[in-house]
Design a protein around this ligand. Structure first.
Ligand code: ADP
Ligand SMILES: CCCC(=O)OP(=O)(O)O
Length: 353
């Protein structure tokens, strides 16, 4: 079985080709803030990102023949985790998604490319809107604004399973705090295989990140909304897109920022140290959601490669539980294996309604 996996992220487009369990191609195409700011809306990037995928296949001499194409799921309605076949309801909800994010393109590109191949199926798996929280974590101080969660469900799960495998146990037998450090940062409290609390990494909750504002002072935000200084869309970009490190330092590139810090850039050092501080506090909060019974803290995502950030973060959190670092992500493999399991009938394929 041949599978094409497509993972559009906020700072990258990642693709992989699998023949059964074997990866034939894995690519991470990075995008700069300038490159993506040429597009007014994320949906405008559809043609650009689709062409990147097709060009990469052509460049590598990989024939455009697949049994399934699986994309990172978009920000549709909150749903249980698992594999979903792309259908019209999902396509429409993705086109009118509640939030703007590159992951919305995963389902749309997978669907479009699969429709070009007879018999090829289009799937998504564990999208960012997976919601397994009980009632209490949904409640905020305003009945008008219940919490929602948008997170790196696919990677947090994949890393949790990998950690469990490497420790001869099961994800379902562990209490884990998992922190995905990417363009957005999500921190999940996982209680025996269920994510009982995770921040909304996309728009205004949790630590700030390379391109997200995280939790903001609500009063000041309201004043800014009515200041006449920004349109609604411009303000939304100040929360997600041109926020966090991008707003403070003009880039989401942590490698460049680290180099600047090493070269003596004090502003970069201060801002990154503030981000580390906020991440550490959120990890502490997730540990509390698990009553402090934490078997391990797992750090993952692109920034988990950072030799500057990781030791400084560990200094804050290592008293809570043993810390394990899984740099990068297993999202492409998780997508491909979910699609393979669906094709083989080994995994149930859920219907999106
Ligand atoms: N070796 C590295 N050291 C520090 N930061 C890194 C490294 N490699 C990637 N990053 C940073 O990781 C972030 C992207 O993480 P990733 O999980 O790929 O995000 P996304 O999927 O949201 O695009 C970027 O800020 C990037 O600069
Ligand atoms: C929509 C999933 C959460 C998220 O923030 O993803 P990125 O880090 O890829 O932007």
């Amino acid at each position: 079985m041949k599978i094409l996996a497509i993972n559009p992220g906020s700072t990258s487009t990642k693709i992989a080709v699998y023949e059964d369990e074997k990866p034939l191609l894995v690519r991470n195409i990075k995008h700069s803030v300038e490159e993506l700011s040429a597009f007014a809306e994320v949906t405008d990037q559809f043609g650009f990102r689709k062409s990147l995928v097709l060009n990469e296949l052509e460049k590598e001499g990989i024939p455009f023949q697949f049994d399934a194409i699986v994309g990172r799921g978009g920000l549709v309605k909150p749903i249980p985790g698992g594999v979903y076949e792309v259908n019209e309801a999902m396509r429409l909800d993705t086109l009118h998604a509640m939030r703007t994010h590159a992951c919305n393109l995963g389902c749309l590109i997978a669907d479009e490319l699969a429709s070009m191949l007879p018999g090829c199926r289009a799937f998504i798996a564990d999208p960012g809107v997976v919601d397994e929280m009980d009632e209490i974590p949904h409640i905020t101080g305003s009945p008008l604004m219940p919490r929602i969660t948008i997170w790196h469900a696919l990677n947090q799960r994949a890393i949790a399973r990998r950690h469990a495998r490497e420790h001869n146990t099961r994800y379902e037998d562990l209490n884990l705090v998992i922190c995905h450090l990417g363009g957005g940062i999500s921190i999940g409290a996982h209680d025996h295989g269920r994510a009982i609390d995770v921040n909304n990494a996309l728009d205004g909750e949790g630590p700030f990140s390379p391109e997200r504002a995280g939790t903001l002072p609500a009063g000041q935000l309201i004043d800014l909304c009515f200041s006449g200084r920004f349109t609604k869309d411009e303000l939304k970009k100040r929360i997600s897109g041109r926020a966090g490190l991008a707003a403070h330092l003009g880039t989401t590139d942590m490698i460049a920022i680290e180099n600047a810090i090493l070269a003596g850039d004090k502003k970069a050092e201060l801002v990154v140290d503030a981000m580390i501080y906020q991440v550490a506090k959120s990890i502490g909060a997730a540990a509390v959601a698990l009553y402090g019974k934490v078997d391990a803290i797992l750090l993952t995502g692109g920034i988990a490669r950072s030799e500057y950030l990781i030791p400084r973060l560990e200094k804050y959190i290592s008293f809570l539980a043993p810390v394990y670092v899984y740099p990068g992500e297993d999202e492409l493999e998780a997508l491909a294996l979910n699609a393979l399991g669906a094709l083989r009938g080994e995994l149930p394929v859920a219907e999106y309604k």
